[in-house]
Write a protein that binds this ligand. Structure first.
Ligand code: PMP
Length: 428
């Protein structure tokens, strides 16, 4: 990235002086603004208060308040089987979190292997996973916790670099899988192109038990009417008899209540049966009361769409504001590039090499907490130290505006400082 294009050294120096003073003003304000995680704001959460409806009869078919039904109630399966494009017996409705199901899936892979494994993964010399970057930090933490070696895969606007993926998986049987957030990816907001989905669906892998962790967390989370379409990888993989590889996840965390929603998994019937059997040792069944509340509140794919339109009304202006401010504050200097997602929860910002950590630390010292620099990479190591994840949904819009002002000022001070060979010292 060529930065401060066309600006003289003196002009950069002037900019540095002006923005340093601006930073001092912000520091004196003793702010406490938090944009670290992609959480819905209060107004979004309020949209789902109707979920808790005292008039629901929980004892319709069988008594949903009692034990039983391991893999989820039929009413909610009907709704989400349609949304996910699967049969009801290909899905499992779990507890309050899809991340929990992802963790369980990989732990079971380690302990027992996948359907086509020759041995449990933990009996292999090593287990490796491909991690398109930048990506979701909690996926990487699961791998790290289980001792799974992570390999970075470059991403562009179409998704992971499939030449790189194909070259690696065709040779190495210890590469057991790949993480994918295929729609409105966390954090870049891109949606995988049809070509990428097709190539993933028919991937030739040295490992017989290769697993595609298809985390479709943002499948209904359009910000605008012109939402993006994701090709159905499950239908594609069935053409090649490779559907056992695909394990899809989603949840209502960012539809209703995060942490009090419903997580789910879908895969081939063969896998779903295997998981049901393994789950049976873990639980007698998940929270069916919450499942029925969700089925009543979101009775169809259309009801989900209308509900998500209300979310979009609240958060789209926040994304528009961030984009506008970044353009106004940074556009002319050529010191940053950022994504313009049509859905999901994040904007991904790239700075010149070696600047992200310093900017995040400067923001923190000025009262703005961002996602840690490096968090979007395996082992928290961003090889270029350039990526910052912006999560605009949670703060009220005035706070968001202030936080982005401070972020932009920090970027200017840090990058101008580097260009001038200076380091800005808070309060100096
Ligand atoms: N996957 C992705 C890509 C996410 O961004 C998030 C939430 N930030 C989750 C999973 C977590 O989902 P859940 O609440 O269902 O565990």
């Amino acid at each position: 990235m060529e930065f401060f294009k066309g600006m003289s050294q003196d002009a950069v120096k002037d900019l540095y002086e002006v923005v340093s003073q601006e930073m001092e003003k912000y520091q004196a304000m003793k702010l406490e603004l938090n944009m670290a995680r992609g959480k819905p704001c209060k107004e979004q959460i309020d949209l789902s208060d109707g979920l808790i409806d005292g008039s629901i009869d929980f004892a319709i078919k069988s008594d949903y308040r009692n034990y039983g039904i391991l893999d989820g109630i039929d009413e909610l399966k009907t709704v989400f089987a349609e949304v996910l494009g699967v049969e009801k017996d290909e899905m499992i409705i779990g507890g309050n979190s899809s991340l929990n199901l992802m963790y369980d899936t990989l732990v079971r892979g380690m302990m027992f292997g996948m359907a086509d494994s020759e041995r449990p993964w933990n009996k292999e010399d090593k287990v490796k996973f491909l991690c398109p970057v930048p990506g979701y930090d909690r996926h990487f933490s699961i791998c790290q916790a289980l001792g799974i070696e992570m390999i970075n895969i470059e991403m562009d606007d179409n998704g992971p670099d499939m030449d790189q993926v194909e070259a690696l998986v065709s040779k190495d049987p210890l590469i057991k899988g790949i993480w994918c957030v295929p729609k409105y990816s966390n954090p870049t907001g891109i949606t995988y192109s049809d070509e990428v989905v097709q190539r993933l669906a028919r991937l030739e892998t040295a490992a017989k038990d290769f697993t595609i962790m298809w985390d479709n967390a943002y499948l209904v989370h359009d910000l605008y009417e012109s939402g993006e379409q994701l090709m159905d990888i499950f239908a594609e993989s069935k053409k090649y008899g490779l559907e056992d590889r695909i394990i899809m996840f989603t949840s209502t965390s960012k539809i209703t209540f995060p942490g009090a929603g419903v997580g789910m998994l879908a895969s081939s019937k063969r896998n779903a049966d295997r998981f049901r059997e393994q789950m049976g040792f873990q639980t007698i069944g998940h929270n069916k009361v919450n499942q029925l509340m969700h089925a009543r509140f979101l009775p169809s794919a259309q009801a989900i769409k209308s509900h998500m339109d209300k979310h979009a009304e609240i958060i789209a202006p926040k994304f528009v504001l961030v984009d506008k401010m970044l353009e106004e504050e940074l556009g002319q200097y050529g010191i940053a590039t950022w994504t313009k997602p049509k859905g999901g929860y994040f904007i991904s910002l790239d700075l010149p090499k070696g600047c992200a950590k310093e900017v995040v630390n400067m923001c923190l010292a000025t009262g703005v907490t961002l996602t840690g620099a490096g968090a979007t990479y395996p082992y928290k190591i961003d090889p270029n130290d350039s990526n910052i994840r912006i999560a605009p949904t949670f703060p009220p819009i005035e706070e968001l505006e202030m936080a982005i002002k401070i972020l932009c000022a920090s970027i200017k001070v840090v990058v101008a400082g580097k260009a001038l060979g200076r380091t800005y010292q808070a309060g100096a």
